[in-house]
Design a protein around this ligand. Structure first.
Ligand code: HEC
Ligand code: HEC
Length: 333
């Protein structure tokens, strides 16, 4: 027991000396990040504070909900128990909690792209009545009264002021560190592994039918489009229209990454599909030709059962289990 404690203390110590000054390790086969790392460089000490905050239910009004309640590391920071997110006082939200990784490459956040800066995003869950349900003065008050946080903020930022901006920045810094780049696909790109025949065939089908929207290597082109999902009349979720009020944007949603699909189910903005097989059925048989459906899809997609199996075999090469179990991103490191 003592030995374990000693090792974990050593681990903490070595982290603080090594990683605090190390830059974010950006994968070579990824494009340039969209997040402005020049203006707001990544800092391991601030990220470590952000990790602590991300897992702390102290940020919610009743002290029971943390960011991780809906974004679990073992699900690539998505949520698998239910289709729509569950927050404070057992309230049910309107949408499926998305996975969180490779956020430095995104130019907008939320299913409808409502937020364009990661440093502002956390304002929404912290104050949303069906997420964490609190007000910023209350949250800041609790952090300022907490000696542990006074020390942590001062270690991270070099002064004792605890402000909204620092809280949001710390959460953003931790989330920037969530880089998923160790799937079999990445190893193939690095020349260390090879696809088998089925995966290779699936890759070709993927490039033909899916890549224009779910563009490699991030597996999203970062656009907001419609993929012909029939709208759910119970939710009345108009997607991007809610932000732009432009009828052309009705039922348009952010294109999610296809990395880590084995961990991030259920799928789509409302979590309507539990299995990839249902997604295949959607794209091959059930798409609705909404007036603004992505033009790549207007002709429909034909895939035999064998093709669908191959395509799924390729999608499984995008699973990065080491990301989900990476102790650097966990609750206790
Ligand atoms: C009650 C569940 C819940 C909690 C708690 C929660 N989230 Fe979320 N999160 C969601 C849902 C649902 C969405 C999608 C919202 C939408 O599209 O309108 C989301 C979206 C996001 C996104 C956008 C991701 C993307 O790719 O578009 C980020 C980043 C995020 N949450 C971070 C956080 C942080 C940080 C916290 C804690 C301060 C937090 N979340 C707390 C459910 C939750
Ligand atoms: C026209 C652009 C477009 C094309 C082409 C496209 N998709 Fe999508 N895809 C989307 C959008 C947009 C969503 C989110 C829709 C929503 O939630 O309402 C999505 C969602 C998904 C999801 C759910 C992911 C999650 O985390 O919820 C999967 C899986 C998926 N697509 C697989 C595919 C596959 C496989 C192909 C090729 C056969 C494909 N897509 C082609 C735009 C596209």
């Amino acid at each position: 027991m003592k030995r374990i404690l000693l090792f974990s203390l050593l681990g903490l110590f070595s982290f603080q000396s090594d990683e605090a000054s190390a830059p974010l390790a950006l994968p070579e086969h990824f494009p340039e990040p969209t997040y402005d790392l020049q203006a707001m460089p990544w800092d391991g000490r601030i990220s470590e504070l952000g990790r602590k905050l991300f897992y702390d239910p102290l940020l919610s009004r009743d002290g029971r909900i943390s960011c991780a309640s809906c974004h679990s590391p073992f699900n690539a920071f998505a949520h698998t128990d239910h289709a729509l997110s569950h927050g404070i006082d057992d309230s049910v939200g309107q949408r499926n909690a998305p996975a969180l990784f490779n956020l430095a490459w995104k130019s907008h956040f939320m299913w409808d792209g409502a937020i364009s800066l990661l440093d502002q995003q956390a304002l929404i869950p912290l104050t949303h009545p069906s997420e964490m349900g609190d007000t910023l003065p209350h949250i800041l008050g609790r952090l300022r009264r907490n000696e542990n946080y006074r020390n942590r903020f001062s270690k991270a930022f070099g002064d004792t002021v605890i402000s909204t901006q620092k809280l949001l920045h710390a959460l953003a810094q931790f989330q920037l560190s969530l880089i998923s780049d160790k799937a079999k696909y990445d190893e193939v790109k690095r020349g260390n592994r090879q696809f088998n025949e089925q995966e290779q065939n699936g890759y070709a089908l993927f490039l033909q039918h899916c890549n224009s929207c779910h563009t490699e290597p991030l597996f999203t082109s970062d656009r907001i489009v419609s993929n012909g999902l029939p709208p759910d009349p119970r939710l009345q979720d108009l997607g991007r229209f809610r932000i732009s009020q432009n009828p052309k944007d009705s039922f348009r949603f952010q294109i999610p990454s296809l990395r880590n699909l084995s961990y991030t189910y259920p799928y789509m903005h409302d979590g309507r599909f539990d299995r990839l097989k249902e997604v295949m059925e959607h794209y091959t048989r059930e798409m609705v030709m909404l007036p603004n459906i992505g033009e790549e899809l207007t002709a429909g997609i034909t895939l035999s059962f064998a093709d669908q199996k191959d395509l799924m075999a390729f999608l499984f090469t995008l699973n990065d289990s080491s990301f989900c179990f990476d102790p650097r991103f966990g609750f206790s490191r």
